[in-house]
Design a protein around this ligand. Structure first.
Ligand SMILES: Nc1nc2c(ncn2[C@@H]2O[C@H](COP(=O)(O)OP(=O)(O)OP(=O)(O)O)[C@@H](O)[C@H]2O)c(=O)[nH]1
Ligand SMILES: [Mg+2]
Length: 281
């Protein structure tokens, strides 16, 4: 599978994304929501995609390295195209990270509200309690455009072997809610450079690395995402210039997200799904 995906050239991907348009659907863009433990590389992934598509280093999503989630607000990240005032027809939602323990990290209910389109941009996450319908950032009547079209589980490879059951339970709750909403799911395994010295030395070794393969299998079992929907990536984090080998892994993951999102938006449009369920269990 790897060989097939990665045989594509970076320029082929850039052309594909540059030309990509949604059919006549009830949504103007594909909305991709990233969730996962704190420090997993959610914000960095968004920055990496923007860096690649814009051809220069960017840092739209703020990146941290703390024991608390660095991202505290619900934000939609759009990516500008070369032509002024034009954007790619896909957007990313960045959210606070999950943490273990009660009242720490994002409330799982807020992730469900994000998936159903009930959160407005700028909502400040509060680990103590989820967004209430009286909050000014609560969207009372979300449309297909506001809801999540692809859910991405982001897990760091270097922490996967010590990830606690508590994290997995929270992640399972999100996953089951997404399943009930029929939202397609993808997982990305970040920080593969930190998990395997061979990969750190040369990112091309990702195809040969036994430990990356084992981590992907473990992730598949842990979060219930099929192996062919799990993508190992290394985000830009210490680099000061771009690297095509890193980029191809990220573009491969992005392509899958866009394909899944397009199918979902098309099927919602043909089924006439404009408004969304008010709650998910
Ligand atoms: N080595 C390595 N470091 C990474 C990678 N991705 C992200 N990082 C680093 O990991 C740290 C956390 O990254 P973020 O993107 O802020 O993670 P996050 O999931 O958004 O974290 P919160 O917003 O706090 O939940 C930063 O120091 C990043 O530079 C990666 O693929 N490899
Ligand atoms: Mg973040």
């Amino acid at each position: 599978m790897w060989a097939v995906f990665l045989a594509r050239k970076k320029d082929d991907y850039l052309k594909y994304f540059g030309d990509f348009q949604l059919d006549e659907t009830d949504a103007q863009h594909i909305r991709i929501l990233l969730y996962g433990p704190i420090n997993a590389g959610k914000s960095s992934f968004i920055n990496a995609v923007e860096t690649i598509l814009r051809g220069r280093m960017t840092a739209q999503a703020l990146v941290g390295n703390d024991e608390f989630s660095f991202t505290t607000k619900y934000r939609t990240h759009k990516i500008r195209k070369e032509k002024p005032r034009t954007f790619y027809p896909f957007v990313f939602n960045d959210i606070m990270g999950l943490e273990t323990g009660q009242r720490r990290g994002i409330c799982v209910d807020d992730i469900k509200l994000a998936m159903t389109g009930h959160l407005k941009d700028g909502f400040e996450f509060n680990p103590q309690s989820p967004c209430k319908s009286t909050n000014p950032h609560y969207n009372k009547s979300p449309t297909l455009n506001d809801r999540t079209h692809v859910l991405v589980c982001v897990v760091p490879a270097d922490k996967l072997s010590i990830i606690s059951d508590e994290y997995l339970t929270k992640m399972k709750e999100v996953r089951l809610a997404a399943r009930d909403l029929e939202i397609p799911q993808v997982a990305i395994l970040t920080k593969i450079d930190e998990a395997c010295p061979l990969v750190k030395a040369d990112i091309n070794n990702v195809y040969k690395s036994k430990s990356v393969k084992e981590l992907m299998e473990k992730l598949s079992v842990s979060v219930g995402v099929p192996l062919n929907c799990i993508f190992p990536v290394k985000n830009y984090h210490s680099e000061v210039c771009t690297d095509e080998k890193i980029e191809k892994l990220i573009l491969t993951a992005l392509k899958q997200m866009i394909d899944f999102g397009e199918d979902f938006v098309n099927s919602c449009t043909s089924a006439g799904v404009q408004s969304v369920p008010q709650t998910v269990s």
